[in-house]
Each structure stands twice: as C-alpha cells, then as structure tokens.
Design a protein around this ligand. Structure first.
Ligand code: SF4
Length: 439
C-alpha cells in the first residue's frame, strides 16, 4: 500500500454522501495521502455511490471506466448505498479492487492495508443491513461555502418505493452533545452556513430521551455559525414547536423548509405507505406561512408511481396549485429491486411518466417565479459563494432566493445585506448591495 500516495474522491447522490466522503477524505489526509482531483491520475479512487435510481448504478460503472482510462493501474474502492445493496454485482465491474458496505466504509484505510495481492480480484467487505448499527459523525469541509452536517442516518419508515432503509439500515444518530462537538469543528472554520443532513432527520432520537426539536435548540446556541438550514424533514415530524422555534425565536435557523410530499392523492400516499395524508401537509404549509409568509417551502414529489391514474395525477397538480409552496423537486418513479412497490404491477408507461414530470417542472417554475416576485423590494442577507462565472458571483438569501452581483473577491464567503430588485432572464434575482459590511 505504501506505493499509493494520491487519492481522489467522486461522490454521487445526496448531501449525506458528500458529508461522509469529506470525512473519509480527512481520514486519508491524516494517514498521509495527498488528495487530488479525479483527472490528476490518482493512485486510489474512492467512489461514494447512490442507489436511488437505476441511473445511479450505471453512473458508477461509467466512472470506473473513465478512471481506468486516466490511470489503468488505479486502485478503485466503491462505497455507499449501491455498494451495500449490490456488492457482488459491483465486484464484477472490471477494475474494481474493493467494495465496502455501510458498516465498513469508515474503516477503508484498514481494508486498504489488508489488501496485499492487488491482482486477486475485488475484495468485498459488507454485512447484512440488519447488522449495520454504527453511526459515524460526519461533516463536509473545504469544497463549498456551506457545510453538510450529518445529524442522523438510516430510516425505519420503509416507504414502498424506497431502497434507502435497505442501503443505510435503521434510524440512528449520535447524542446531542456529540453532534455539538461535530458542529463545533465547523464553527471553528471559516464556514458560515451549516445544512443539517441525514436520511430522516426529524426522526433524530427515535422518540428516545433526546429529539430533533432539542437538537435544533442546542445548535441554535452554538457560537460561530451564522446560519443553520434544515435539508429535508418529513411533514409528520415537522412539529408545531419546531416551526414556532425556527421561525419566531431562533437566531440562526433560516426560514426555509424542504418537505417531501410525494403525491397529492391520498390513495397513492397510502400505497406509498407515507405517514400522513395531504390534509396534514396542507395544514403544515398553512401553519408555516401564517408565521412567516416569506418562508421558502420546497417539495419532493414523485410522478408515475404504479397505478397512478390521470385523475390522481391531476389531484397532485391541483393540490400543489392550491398550497403556497415555493418550488418542487420532481422525481420520476423508478422500479427498485426488493421494494414493495415493484411488486404492485400496474406500471405507468414511461412516456406518461415523462409527460407528467414535464408538467410538474413547469408548475415548479411558476411557483418559484411567484415566490421570487413576492420577495422583490425586500431587504435580505446573502451568503456569497466563491465561484465566479463570467464575471458574476452568486449567493442565497436566508429564505433561499438565488441572487447575483458582479464578482468581487472581497465578497466571497461574506454575509451582505441586499435589496432584491428584479428577476433576471436566467431566473436569478438582481440585487443592490446595501453597504459593504464585509462581515
Ligand atoms: S422516509 Fe421513506 S422515502 Fe424517506 S428515506 Fe425513509 S423510507 Fe425512504
């Protein structure tokens, strides 16, 4: 192993994966490896995979082929959800040397050292998901303006379309004090915004002594972080006390919620084994908007779930039109092995799925534009990001409006007061800097 010096990482999927890759990268750096980019002929390539859709699997295979073109001797290690769900399938991919399941990914350095005969085909180390119970705190660092802080892992919900419980195991988390220790590491850095991430973060504590509301209150006391953003939370776990606290009492939690809906049809919500009906969802949105009309609300919605009729799809469209949400993340149903939904039959033709997805993307653009228009003229605080794109830089307000100004190095990673002026042709908000409070 000592001949290997350069390591590269490639992450597929969600914010949780990015926080874990970043933590694993620090393990390599602490072990003396130099972190390089994918194209810089790494000796070792670690691919952190996703398995939410069929495409995710294919993407992993393509990446391995690309890596071998760059360096035919590269040592490829595959971790993440695809690795836990289909380890033997991955081990067959030419060029893969190591496959680690959910319980093993943070021990990757030890597994590298074990591997003496490099030509002996892929080594596979994984346990049945029922044995996966370790929780390794993680946070992303260094490659973005904001940090993804892992506060929870796994899920006990088993929605009928979802493979995540099979890939990540049961819901679990560290204690609030351990989570604060991890957050303090971010607070000690120059990062200004932390995004709380996990699989089902509202289930923090699993109804034990500690719960998500207490975690939110504890994090709000932490010094050194300007903003906390909740990445996504199930509607049935978004309690009144969480809404009241974050929107009316908190100093650092921003007015932005991302709440999975999945469908506006109660029959489909039952078939998906979701833990609420649309009435609860609408009531949560109304509660939020009653306290903060400027709060941004994002929605996850699935089209083409088995048996979804035209009428039920129209129920979803009408439901979304009637509630005051700000944008949609639209997912096209994809058959996943070992899920209950895949056995339902009554598949919606792909062409129809495509059509419905298109309609919801159009609705999302309309919702977003309406939400942005409501913000014009308001004074907001923006966290400006580092990227420069043709002389322009971008940032987000606390309520998740994307804004732009001419690039100015002095503004990078700074919080600025701005006045929202108008929506430009690219859908981004033009703003006026109130004053260069280079905070
Ligand atoms: S709540 Fe449902 S959709 Fe979300 S991770 Fe758990 S099982 Fe999957």
């Amino acid at each position: 192993m000592q001949q290997y010096k350069k390591v590269a990482f490639y992450t597929l999927g969600c914010k949780l994966n990015f926080s874990e890759t970043s933590t694993i990268a620090r393990l390599f750096e602490n072990a003396g490896f130099a972190k390089v980019d994918f194209e810089e002929t790494p000796d070792i390539l670690v691919i952190n995979t996703c398995s939410v859709t069929e495409n995710a699997d294919k993407k992993c295979q393509q990446l391995v082929r690309r890596a071998l073109k760059i360096n035919p001797e590269v040592y490829v290690a595959i971790i993440g959800c695809y690795a836990q769900l289909k380890p033997t399938e991955i081990a067959q991919i030419p060029g893969v040397s190591l496959v680690l399941g959910a319980n093993e990914k943070f021990n990757i350095i030890e597994h590298l050292e074990e591997k003496n005969d490099l030509n002996a085909g892929a080594t596979v180390k994984f346990e049945h998901i029922k044995q996966t119970n370790s929780f390794v705190p993680s946070h992303s660092m260094g490659d973005r303006t904001r940090s993804f802080l892992k506060v929870q892992d796994g899920c006990d919900y088993f929605c009928t379309f979802c493979t995540i419980p099979l890939a990540r195991g049961k819901s679990r988390n560290a204690s609030i004090s351990e989570t604060l220790v991890e957050a303090q590491k971010i607070a000690d850095s120059s990062i200004r915004e932390v995004v709380l991430t996990g699989v089902n973060i509202g289930d923090f504590g699993q109804e034990g002594e500690e719960n998500f509301f207490q975690l939110v209150k504890a994090l709000d006391q932490l010094k050194g972080i300007d903003r906390f953003r909740i990445s996504s939370i199930e509607p049935n776990l978004l309690s009144d006390e969480i809404i009241d606290f974050t929107l009316t009492q908190s100093h650092h939690f921003v007015p932005h919620f991302h709440i999975p809906l999945q469908s506006g049809s109660n029959r489909l919500l039952k078939a998906m084994r979701r833990k609420y009906l649309r009435e609860l969802y609408a009531e949560r949105v109304a509660k939020i908007k009653s306290l903060r009309p400027d709060c941004c609300i994002g929605v996850d919605v699935i089209v083409g779930f088995p048996g979804e009729t035209d009428e039920e799809f129209m129920e979803t469209i009408h439901f979304l039109k009637d509630i005051d949400v700000s944008y949609l993340h639209v997912f096209t149903y994809s058959e996943r092995a070992n899920t209950t939904a895949v056995k339902l039959g009554d598949a919606v033709p792909n062409e129809v799925r495509k059509q419905r997805s298109k309609q919801l993307h159009i609705l999302s653009d309309k919702k977003k534009r309406a939400f942005y228009e409501q913000q014009i003229g308001s004074i907001r605080t923006v966290l400006f990001e580092a990227e420069e794109d043709e002389g322009i830089m971008y940032g987000f307000t606390e309520n998740y409006v994307k804004v732009k100004v001419p690039f100015d190095q002095a503004l990078v990673n700074s919080m600025q007061e701005v006045k929202l002026l108008e929506i430009d042709r690219d859908g981004v908000m033009k703003v006026e800097l109130i004053e260069k409070t280079l905070a």
